[in-house]
Design a protein around this ligand. Structure first.
Ligand code: SF4
Length: 448
């Protein structure tokens, strides 16, 4: 049960020294309770209190990391049932299935797709992050060779899948340093898998035929010292698997039932043979509440919409997507190129920058920090007005890059042109189009 701000405050030193970045211990306690501060910011908390607070403030669904380095995939850590309550924390990882009975050429093309299928969207790189290597042959040497190949040819996180602990151990020989997920411990194999997981500091998935058994298994593993666990309820019909996801999330969050307080793994690849249906099923688990989603293959036409869905659902609804403030050079501009200005709402930036690019007129685009608000909204909120834009333009030093000193402002803030001429003496303020789509025609008529 998370502690309230007052409960946390009682455990703090109460010296109000301010070293944590806020003036009082009470303010720090409130920030901690709201998840807006890190415990490590206060250097005066005793180890004992730290342990108590960490335990009490641990998310009801434990975060689990698969893999290492930049491409490590963190799942779980969720604190709410619905995104609008706060936000979802860690997007589910998409895994491609590779079996040790597949032809070499098929394995190669899957690994290739895994690398190639990535997309730039609103300044983010969207890509899948996991490879699930499955033992279908029962041959430990073959499995180990395949795991080795995956490790050499992909920087994705690895899931080792076998019902035989000896074969999983062979897989670990090849990739223990990549901290793979071991899939999956059952009643019979849980002791052996607990040992493998502890020896190699790897997370382990548990699979059972119902939620009660699942909770018993996680309790057994937790008592054996395994902390990082992923849940497979064993259901392979969409309806039951969906029910299980909701029950697991609700038990962990609403009932604080620790044995189910772990991220889940879902297998749309085992629920249908139809690739399009599989993508639709996967989309259900993106929304509710898959931690890892294993697909039989990656194809652009199904993976891209899933990645976009995931990005949308896991975007913080309280924080608009924003682009970094600065000068963006489009098409190699020079001292005679036009200078446009816009807000830093990501969608605005991407629309404006693509239209400028489409015009084929090399330009400077000034992006001003409007706290992620669009042109109209930030203008209405007084954040994209003459006395804010003027100092920003001066500070950006765009004046040193161009000879002409003409600034093109969005048509929607035409009313600011007079104020801007006062704020920016020596600059001519030009009213640009209201709509992004009219930018190319406008720029084609540009004269410095
Ligand atoms: Fe209180 Fe610690 Fe912050 Fe100092 S650093 S004000 S003791 S919480």
């Amino acid at each position: 049960m998370p502690l309230t701000g007052i409960e946390i405050f009682k455990l703090l030193p109460k010296t109000n020294c301010g070293e944590c970045g806020v003036p009082t211990c009470l303010a720090f306690a409130m920030s901690l309770a709201a998840g807006k501060a890190e415990l490590s910011a206060c250097p005066y908390i005793s180890e004992e209190t730290k342990a108590k607070l960490l335990e009490a403030s641990a998310p009801p669904i434990r975060p689990v990391t698969i893999g290492v380095g930049d491409r490590a995939s963190k799942v779980g850590g969720e604190t709410v049932m619905f995104r609008h309550e706060k936000r979802f924390e860690n997007p589910p990882g998409f895994a491609i299935l590779i079996s040790d009975t597949m032809e070499e050429s098929e394995v190669d093309s899957r690994l290739d797709r895994c690398k190639q299928l990535q997309y730039e969207r609103v300044g983010l790189t969207l890509r899948p992050e996991l490879v699930a290597v499955k033992d279908d042959s029962g041959d430990a040497a073959k499995f180990e060779a395949l795991v080795n190949k995956v490790k050499q040819n992909s920087d994705c996180g690895i899931i080792l899948m076998s019902t035989n602990p000896d074969i999983l151990a062979a897989g670990l020989n090849a990739c223990a340093d990549r901290k793979p997920l071991l899939y999956a411990a059952s009643e019979e194999t849980s002791d052996r898998l607990a040992d493998l997981a502890k020896e190699n500091s790897c997370p382990v998935a548990v699979k059972a035929s119902n939620l009660e058994e699942l909770a018993q298994l996680t309790t057994k593993l937790t008592e054996a010292g395994v902390k990082d666990i992923v849940l497979d309820s064993g259901s392979r019909t969409v309806r039951q698997a969906f029910n299980d996801q909701v029950i697991i999330r609700s038990a962990a969050l609403n009932k604080k039932f620790r044995p189910l307080g772990f991220p889940t793994i879902a297998f749309p690849c085992e629920m249908t043979d139809d690739p399009m249906k599989e993508a639709v099923i996967a989309s259900i688990f993106v929304a509710k509440y898959g931690g890892i989603i294993v697909l039989s293959d990656f194809q652009g036409e199904s993976l891209f919409p899933l990645l976009v869905e995931r990005m949308n659902i896991y975007t913080d609804p309280q924080r608009p997507l924003a682009t970094t403030e600065g000068i963006y050079e489009i098409g190699g501009p020079n001292e005679n190129s036009p200078v446009l200005i816009t807000s830093n709402f990501s969608l605005t930036y991407f629309i404006v920058s693509s239209e400028v690019e489409a015009s084929r007129i090399p330009s400077y685009l000034l992006v001003m920090d409007t706290e992620g608000l669009s042109v109209m909204t930030s203008w209405a909120a007084g954040k994209f007005v003459a006395d804010a834009i003027g100092p920003f333009v001066k500070k950006s030093e765009i004046g040193d890059k161009v000879k002409h000193h003409k600034l093109i402002i969005p048509g929607y803030i035409a009313a600011e042109s007079g104020g801007l001429e006062e704020e920016l003496p020596g600059w001519e303020i030009l009213i640009g189009p209201r709509e992004g789509a009219h930018i190319p025609a406008y720029l084609k008529a540009w004269k410095p």
